[in-house]
Design a protein around this ligand. Structure first.
Ligand code: PLP
Ligand code: COI
Length: 363
């Protein structure tokens, strides 16, 4: 990759950040994605100038022309990663993987590729300036880098103009449920991604396309939707916003293979590594909904869990579809799920040795 000319970030600190007592009130129970920090990063791109005008400034509405390309053709990508409070400092977990996935998403959406160093610098700077917004305890500061097409033009073509931005949200657990495990709804009517489509990219359009299926899941009393493949409507792919793993009675594990229709999750990849470190056999193989049901009934399948930055590792207890419902194990969590979650979180929170060099220190 070509070396990037470094960009000077102009700092405009917030003249009146939220007072500490009000912030503390918000951080007590932030939920997910509703509490935002004081600042944001923006960097502009124009095809004639490249990346320019990097800023850290007060978080504020973005003024844009109503003909901006993103509003019409959804040329938009994003990332999600968390900053953790660790030993008096702050760390990120494998942020270079988010930077690289952002580059791949950009390529797929015909957008300019943001250099990895600029991605890392942008998230580091935001965490640094908004460090007071990282919750204590189990919470974290969820960072949302994103890029939108900003050319004022109604023709269908890649935009000449883009805005990259990073915002930060103080978050707790993604799922509101107190249940020991979540329930999922298998969508038979809607698919998330087809071969040749944008399933492996983290673009807003994938999530827009998932909303009706997610609403259907909610209507059936489920926390998340499970998507099957678009060709045969048979193979389990992933959830609306997380990857999926299965644990069998012989101790082995399985997750669907990445094939262009599944988001290559960084949590997924980390769990594959951690499981193999523990000597667990993990296969990346296709698994059909029928086999899933059969194995749950026979007891061959012991556990299933969802994983992602927002969800971390969340056990799946109940699977519902138009054909009825089945439980996995006792419908709660399982020991392998808990073991992997504990190992992952211990590394992320600086409580276990970082043998794979996954931890990036911000300060
Ligand atoms: N799959 C989808 C559709 C997602 O939105 C996410 C969340 O980012 C994931 C999987 C998990 O990816 P990661 O572990 O990188 O957060
Ligand atoms: C994430 O885990 O970062 C996601 O983007 C998923 C979404 C459900 C918040």
């Amino acid at each position: 990759m070509a070396k990037t000319p470094s960009l000077e970030f102009v700092h405009h600190p917030h003249p009146s950040p939220l007072p500490a007592d009000k912030r503390a009130e918000l951080l007590k129970n932030p939920g997910f994605g509703r509490v935002f920090s004081d600042h944001m990063v923006t960097i502009r791109y124009h095809e004639s100038k490249g990346w320019h005008d990097a800023r850290i400034e007060p978080r504020a509405p973005i003024a844009m022309d109503p003909a901006a390309a993103v509003l019409h053709y959804a040329q938009e990508i994003f990332e999600g990663l968390k900053a953790y409070r660790t030993n008096g400092g702050a760390t990120l977990f494998r942020p270079e993987q988010n930077a690289r996935r952002f580059q791949k998403s950009a390529e797929r959406l015909a957008m300019p590729v943001l250099p990895e160093e600029l991605f890392l610098e942008s998230v580091d700077r935001l965490v640094d300036i908004d460090r007071a917004w990282i919750p204590d305890g189990d919470g974290s500061l969820y960072l949302r880098p994103f890029m939108i097409a900003n050319e004022t033009f109604l023709g269908v073509k890649p935009s000449s103009d883009y805005l990259y931005a990073v915002i930060a949200s103080s978050v707790g657990a993604y799922f509101k449920t107190d249940a020991p495990a979540v329930s999922v709804w298998v969508s038979n009517e809607y698919t998330r991604a087809a071969p040749g489509g944008t399933g492996a990219a983290k673009c807003g359009g994938n999530y827009a396309a998932s909303l009706l299926a997610q609403a259907e899941a909610t209507r059936h009393g489920c926390d998340q939707v499970v998507f099957l493949d678009a060709v045969e409507q048979r193979w389990v792919e992933e959830l609306g916003g997380m990857n999926i793993f299965f644990v069998f009675d012989d101790g082995s594990m399985m997750t669907p293979p990445l094939g262009g229709t599944i988001l290559p999750g960084i949590t997924r990849d980390s769990l594959l590594v951690l499981a193999r470190d523990k000597g667990i056999t993990v296969r990346e193989e296709r698994y059909s909904i029928d086999q899933w049901r059969t194995d749950a009934h026979s007891g061959r399948l012991r556990e299933a869990f969802a994983c992602g930055t927002a969800a971390v590792v969340t056990p799946i207890g109940t699977v519902r579809s138009k054909d009825g419902e089945f439980k996995i194990g006792n419908g709660g969590s399982g020991s392998r799920t808990e073991e992997l979650k504990t190992s992952l979180v211990a590394i992320q929170r600086g409580r276990a040795a970082d043998t794979h060099h996954w931890i990036h220190k911000v300060f």
